[in-house]
Design a protein around this ligand. Structure first.
Ligand code: MLT
Length: 206
């Protein structure tokens, strides 16, 4: 099957080889693109369908999923508008490719739009793996996420994400009733082998 050009985002779609696996919605970090996380998706969820859009915002030529005013300072209006656009893409792509509800797997900027999607449209996702996510503001309203499986992987020495910004996200997810597994690995902002092991094990359960 070829990647459809009419779904609103440039993207890659890899059909499932194992129909029993939940599809993954791969959301890349700043400066990457729709190809970046495909190898990770294949490694962490062998045989799962992979849906991987490219963020539409360009920051000095680097693709992202929403605008930011500075490091860790989000343009919240843009985040909300882009989250809605992403939700529409997921709906259209699920219909076009006949996909079950996906689990989002996001890294950094991609993890941030993944939690935004989860909080604005909890029914869009079956769950989420959030790698190096941050919540730098207090969200207005938080829906119920009762039992929604979420894995949050943070780095203890992440130079980009403060402990406050991690803790706020943990609190919001817990208060919403998500089934949260929260792990702080001895790492900075980059992915480590330990992140991959924890994520693969978590994904094998869903
Ligand atoms: C963001 O803007 O989403 C965060 O600063 C993460 C990043 O993209 O570096």
């Amino acid at each position: 099957m070829t990647d459809r050009a009419d779904l609103g985002f440039v993207h890659r779609f890899i059909p499932a080889e194992d129909p029993n696996r939940t599809p993954l919605l791969l959301l890349h970090g700043t400066g990457a693109d729709e190809n970046d996380l495909l190898p990770l998706g294949r490694e962490l969820a062998p045989g799962a369908a992979l849906l991987s859009p490219r963020g539409k915002v360009l920051e000095q030529g680097m693709p992202r999923f929403f605008r930011r005013v500075g490091e860790g300072v989000f343009d919240v209006d843009d985040l909300n508008a882009r989250t809605k656009e992403l939700a529409e893409f997921v709906t259209k792509a699920r219909a076009a490719y006949k996909l079950a509800k996906p689990i989002a797997l996001g890294f950094s900027n991609g993890a941030n739009i993944a939690w935004s999607l989860l909080l604005s449209d909890p029914e869009a996702l079956a769950g989420a793996v959030l790698i190096r996510a941050m919540l730098p503001f207090t969200p207005d309203a938080v829906p119920r996420l009762d039992g929604k499986p979420v894995l949050l992987l943070s780095g203890s020495a992440d130079p980009i994400i403060s402990a406050d910004q991690r803790d706020r996200l943990v609190k919001v997810l817990k208060d919403a009733g998500a089934n949260l597994q929260y792990e702080v690995v001895p790492a900075g902002h980059r992915l480590t082998q330990q992140d991959l092991q924890i994520a693969a094990e978590w994904l094998s359960r869903y």
